[in-house]
Write a protein that binds this ligand. Structure first.
Ligand code: RAM
Length: 359
């Protein structure tokens, strides 16, 4: 028996080594694709094995998206399936469409997409759905009416993200002064939904005035340029909210080397603790928020696999299992979103807890 177990272990190990070795990184002009194969450690009983799920992030270079995609890869590995990560290098719908077409060609079982635009992806996604591919949006939703019907994996309650960002800044600046938003792509559904709630929440702070919203497209160089434009156009700026990990880390880096600005200016928003740690330790940034993007991708991977297997559905109040994260319930459509699932509440990071997080 011991011998049989040893042989099995060796076979499993050899298989894992072979498959890890088979990871493919195919690059074409602006579309990059990586494939992660299963390790053979399937556990869930109700999910089909051998599923192929295309993860189409906003772009393949944003560290936040890379972490989220890794979470998806881990989910599919646990389920005995595989993830193909494919997208462009810029946050545009046009750069994502070839990846949707690739998923159709490959007869993928599901697509998990972070929408760079609410509607421009709909015809391609509808084509995918017609071909039998299940559609899941994560990070940034799509808004396609009834075609295709899809599930949105929301990182946290949309209203809570928007309002809490404003509350954090209000507390820091005594609810007074000119403020601005440094966003990502102007067409990104998640950014615009959060900004909508920020504007609503700002009505509670009559002495805080939103003077400008600028867009850095989740590109560090563009984010820096629009930040500098903001600072020179509004010398009395008291606060910046950057609800994007690329924007906030770029702004923090700039303020870190222009410390005199910090006597009047507060930066907050949504950031990766790993990127923001040093800025919190040296006092450049006091507080910001996020959730675990790895868990977001993992949850989206389980949802996609469940939908493709028929063990998850879009019905309100239906449940599905998401591995180490436990059971999740599908929420009924609202005025702005179709069926959705919420990962959980965001975490506020500051000097007291920043070192505890590794994403
Ligand atoms: C950026 C992206 C992403 C957003 C996070 C917080 O990396 O814009 O869509 O959810 O920040």
């Amino acid at each position: 028996m011991d011998t049989a177990r040893t042989v099995r272990r060796k076979v499993t190990l050899a298989l894992a080594v072979t498959l890890v070795g088979a990871v493919v990184a195919a690059c074409s002009s602006s579309t990059t694709t990586t494939t992660t194969s299963p390790t053979g450690s399937a556990t869930a009983t109700s999910v089909k094995k051998g599923l192929t799920v295309y993860f189409i992030p906003k772009d393949t270079q944003n560290p936040y998206e890379v972490i989220a995609d890794k979470g998806g890869q881990r989910a599919l590995q646990e389920l005995g399936g595989k993830v193909v990560v494919s997208s462009g290098t810029q946050d545009t719908a046009a750069a994502q469409i070839p990846s949707i077409q690739a998923a159709i060609q490959a007869h993928a079982d599901a697509i998990v997409i972070a929408g760079n635009d609410p509607s421009a992806l709909c015809p391609s996604l509808n084509q995918a759905a017609t071909a039998g591919i299940k559609i899941v949006a994560f990070d940034s939703d799509i808004s396609c009416g009834s075609s295709p019907v899809h599930l949105f994996i929301n990182q946290a309650n949309t209203e809570q993200i928007g309002t809490s960002e404003v509350d954090l800044l209000a507390k820091a600046i005594g609810s007074k002064g000119e403020i601005a938003i440094l966003s990502a792509a102007a067409s990104a559904t998640n950014q615009n939904a959060w900004i909508g709630y920020m504007k609503q929440q700002l009505k509670k702070y009559p002495n805080m005035k939103l003077v400008s919203t600028v867009y850095g497209n989740d590109d560090p160089a563009t984010s820096l340029t629009v930040l500098q434009g903001l600072l020179s156009a509004y010398p009395n700026l008291r606060g910046i909210i950057s609800p994007t990990t690329v924007g906030i880390s770029t702004a923090a880096q700039y303020l870190d080397t222009h410390k005199s600005l910090l006597s009047t200016l507060t930066l907050t928003g949504l950031g990766l603790p790993s990127q923001m740690k040093s800025y919190v330790h040296d006092g450049t940034v006091k507080q910001f928020e996020l959730w675990n993007p790895d868990n977001l991708g993992y949850l989206a991977g389980y949802a996609a696999a469940g939908l493709a297997s028929g063990s998850a559905s879009l019905k309100a109040d239906s449940k599905f299992e998401a591995g180490k994260l436990g059971s999740y319930t599908v929420l009924a459509p609202s005025a702005t979103t179709g069926p959705s699932v919420v990962l959980g509440p965001p975490t506020v990071f500051d000097i007291s807890n920043i070192d505890k997080f590794n994403f």
